[in-house]
Write a protein that binds this ligand. Structure first.
Ligand SMILES: C[S@@+](CC[C@H](N)C(=O)[O-])C[C@H]1O[C@@H](n2cnc3c(N)ncnc32)[C@H](O)[C@@H]1O
Length: 278
């Protein structure tokens, strides 16, 4: 048997914990996630797990970064699988720590099935997804009576194999929903905004980008769909892109969110429009 094969008869294997790390602020970790991290012997973690959460990994445990580079997702995933098998075989208590919720745009289900198919037990601990928590931390409710009775959380990336017309009709369909939350949409923000306008959304519709939500470098950019479509809004990843009238609430509600902000407000930035950023 090679060292990369799993032998369920070999000896007792502890379950693998697939754990959601939430959007960044350690106060937003679940109690179950905190306990799992505290007992870990090996933590395999992704790019979006914050420094503050990584500092909670016990000193005696090994922490291994397994974040994937753009365009090398499949290669990166194969490496994660190999590392999981190795760790399981030596009987380590493994925590697979993923940003937000592991089952929201994170290939968490593939890793869950992979471990399960090896015959090893899995314990799954959900996390607070950035798609849900980050807008709220920016004072943006996803729904608000009279303004938005629906929301959708979507990927801004192109679907594998999709052609342009499929993409346009995908965004047109989203146009009927009042609040659209886009993850992984920073690099394609201009196209996305154009498609939504073509699909009937008004150019003046408010939008917000929340960079590094709930983290010390959180930054909120408020703008309009038309300005984004015109390429006038500079944004850095990671960011949650929110489209909808509910973004207006941020101006009123944000002041109630900032005092709770764990890391202080020194670096907490808000830009109301493209002009204000200059
Ligand atoms: C691969 S997806 C993973 C989502 C994750 N599983 C979740 O539930 O939040 C990565 C995207 O999530 C969003 N994201 C995750 N954490 C974020 C944060 N703290 N602030 C802003 N955006 C974040 C960004 O849109 C980023 O491109």
């Amino acid at each position: 048997m090679s060292s990369l094969e799993f032998d369920p008869e070999d000896s007792f294997k502890p379950p693998v914990y697939i754990v959601g790390a939430g959007p960044g602020d350690p106060d937003l970790l679940t109690v179950a996630a905190t306990k799992a991290i505290a007992k870990a012997e090996l933590v395999l973690y992704d790019r979006l797990v914050s420094e503050e959460i990584l500092s909670m990994i016990p000193a005696a445990a090994e922490a291994v970064y397994v974040g994937k580079l753009e365009g090398e997702q499949d290669k990166g995933q194969a490496l994660i699988f190999r590392k999981l098998v190795k760790a399981i075989n030596i009987g380590k208590r493994v925590v697979r720590l993923k940003g937000g919720d592991p089952l929201v745009f994170g290939r968490g289900v593939e890793e869950w099935l992979f471990v399960k198919n090896l015959g090893c037990e899995v314990r799954y601990i959900p996390g607070i997804s950035s798609g849900l928590a980050v807008p709220g931390r920016a004072g943006i409710p996803m729904t608000a009576r009279g303004l938005s009775s629906s929301f959708i959380v979507v990927t801004g990336q192109l679907r594998k194999g999709a052609d342009k017309s499929e993409e346009i009709s995908r965004w047109k369909n989203y146009g009927s929903l009042e609040t659209i939350v886009v993850l992984m949409g920073v690099s394609r923000r201009k196209e996305i905004a154009k498609y939504l306008i073509e699909g009937g959304k008004d150019e003046s519709l408010p939008v917000a980008f929340i960079e590094n939500g709930t983290c010390p470098r959180q930054k909120i950019l408020r703008s309009s769909l038309g300005e984004v479509a015109a390429g006038e809004v500079e944004v850095s990843a990671p960011a949650v892109f929110v489209v909808g009238e509910v973004c207006r609430y941020s101006e009123v509600l944000l002041s109630d969110v900032i005092p709770e902000f764990k890391f202080g407000t020194d670096n907490f930035m808000v830009a109301n429009s493209v002009e204000n950023r200059k």
